[in-house]
Design a protein around this ligand. Sequence first.
Ligand SMILES: C[S@@+](CC[C@H](N)C(=O)[O-])C[C@H]1O[C@@H](n2cnc3c(N)ncnc32)[C@H](O)[C@@H]1O
Length: 279
Amino acid sequence: MKTSLQLPSLPSAIPNKEITVPSPSVACATGSVLSQRNMHDVDKIFDELTEQFHFAVPELLGTTRDSRRIKLKLELLGSKGGRFVDYDQDYLAFNQAFFFKNLYKCLLALENTRKCSLLKACPAGLPVLDIGSGAGTFSIAWSAIMRSYTPTIELFDNCFSQLTLAARIFSVLDAKKIYYRCEAVSPRQDYSRGLRLISYWFCEQDDHALWSHIATKNGFLGDCAIVIDYPNVIERIISSLCRCFHTASFSFEAELVRRHRLIINEDIIRVHVVLLKRK
Ligand SMILES: C[S@@+](CC[C@H](N)C(=O)[O-])C[C@H]1O[C@@H](n2cnc3c(N)ncnc32)[C@H](O)[C@@H]1O
């Protein structure tokens, strides 16, 4: 299955320090603050995307009994690690509960870390692999934010329904060079060089031996990776990988405007992200 996505190259001059402009309403949990401009851009991009998704995937909007059940379950158990969702059966309910929320988190994380020196150090144009892509939230956010970056994007997931949904969503975006790979991903595999987008995949991997494997035989993570996950998972990633990778972690918090609250069913969004760059 193939579709295409328009992506530009990484900005050539990226300043070192990020996220320091004060804003009264948007605080970063690490003590820094997000700028009004960051928030304005995130909200604007989220508006543009959701407008298109209203027509392409109307079933993602709104909640159902199943989506409420899954949301409750993951909010209670998600950070403990392991798989709590049967995606083959519940992919739609999962996405009704989390697609827009995770999309907003990915936009927030990318918009506020894209100028970080660690990402600047990654060569432009590297292929992008979205590991445990689900319906493509991280790749969609990447395509929308990194407009000057033109790699291929490969979405990896072992749930065919998730990838089918991703392909439907990408078909309404102005997108090129997207590939879908329905396979179980393991850190034991040594994928090609490139950049990894990984959101809420690590938390589902309960094999602890894999973590040390990633740390030592780290082809799995390519040249650089941007990982979004629960704070305890981010901490484990940093402690396992800091000898092989430069790391920079951030936490952001944003108060949603009313129209986004209605879509996401939350008042506040928090996201925890770590950037990894091979030493
Ligand atoms: C919590 S969802 C996250 C989806 C998306 N990245 C997001 O942030 O919304 C985790 C996804 O990873 C996939 N997944 C989990 N373990 C996997 C594995 N070992 N190989 C391939 N896909 C996996 C699941 O099928 C699911 O779609």
